[in-house]
Design a protein around this ligand. Structure first.
Ligand code: C5J
Length: 226
């Protein structure tokens, strides 16, 4: 086991049974002209974490640990998108409408792709999820079970929406969850801070949080001990 200094107390990670989940680092949320932008958000806040997320992915690839990427993505006919979701938010462009990077939040469109610098490589799992959480209609739970995954490390956007929803759902399913706090971001600084406090409250009711440097140092230390 690798012990990572974390809040609310050290997180023990079992390397053979751990996967990284990078939530929704897709152009729709991170670049101008995407869905996040259409909702009136400052997308530069999200773009700023790309180097840290890249560092986290690089750590997992170096160690040979599983990397999973998600995208918030709907079928082309929007049959998996509840009308209530399309109506929400008063965006300048709605889900499924044509934007600067193709149809918003629709599978296969340029805006729906993970940003180039974080793109999946062979052997990594890419999940298209119609919901905010990563389990609904994705088959992910079965994939994790088949690989014996018990520990999940989270990164991505947005902290209080898709990241927190996915982490809570994973926690309910019994996974030991760590959020890498500088590898996640929100359009709203206060929402990120609150989401993190909610996760670690009451003795880690949803899981743990730690910065990337703490995870990197713990992995290095464990290797030195071998
Ligand atoms: C949102 C997400 N914010 N990936 N999606 O609608 O958090």
């Amino acid at each position: 086991m690798i012990e990572v200094p974390a809040r609310p107390y050290p997180y023990s990670l079992d390397p053979k049974h751990t996967a990284l989940v990078v939530i929704d680092m897709q152009r729709d949320f991170i670049e101008k002209g995407g869905f996040g932008d259409s909702l009136g958000n400052d997308v530069a806040r999200l773009e700023a974490i790309i180097p840290t997320v890249a560092g986290l992915i690089a750590l997992f690839r170096r160690e040979g640990w599983l990397v999973i990427h998600t995208r918030e993505a709907h079928k082309r006919d929007l049959s998996d998108c509840p009308p209530s979701k399309i109506r929400r938010g008063n965006p300048s462009l709605k889900i499924g409408e044509e934007g600067a990077m193709g149809r918003l939040l629709v599978r296969g469109e340029p805006g729906n792709q993970i940003v180039d610098s974080l793109a999946a490589i062979d052997g990594e799992i890419v999940i298209d999820k119609p919901g905010k959480g990563m389990f609904w209609t994705t088959g992910l739970q079965e994939m994790l079970k088949a690989r014996g995954v018990t520990h999940l490390v989270f990164a991505g956007v947005t902290t209080e929406v898709c990241v927190q929803t996915s982490m809570r759902e994973a926690n309910d399913r019994g996974y030991e969850c760590l959020l890498v706090e500088d590898a996640t971001e929100s359009y709203f600084a206060a929402f990120k801070a609150s989401a993190i406090e909610m996760i670690v409250a009451q003795g880690g009711i949803v899981g743990w949080v730690a910065p990337l440097a703490a995870l990197e140092a713990a992995v290095l230390e464990a290797r030195a001990d071998v």
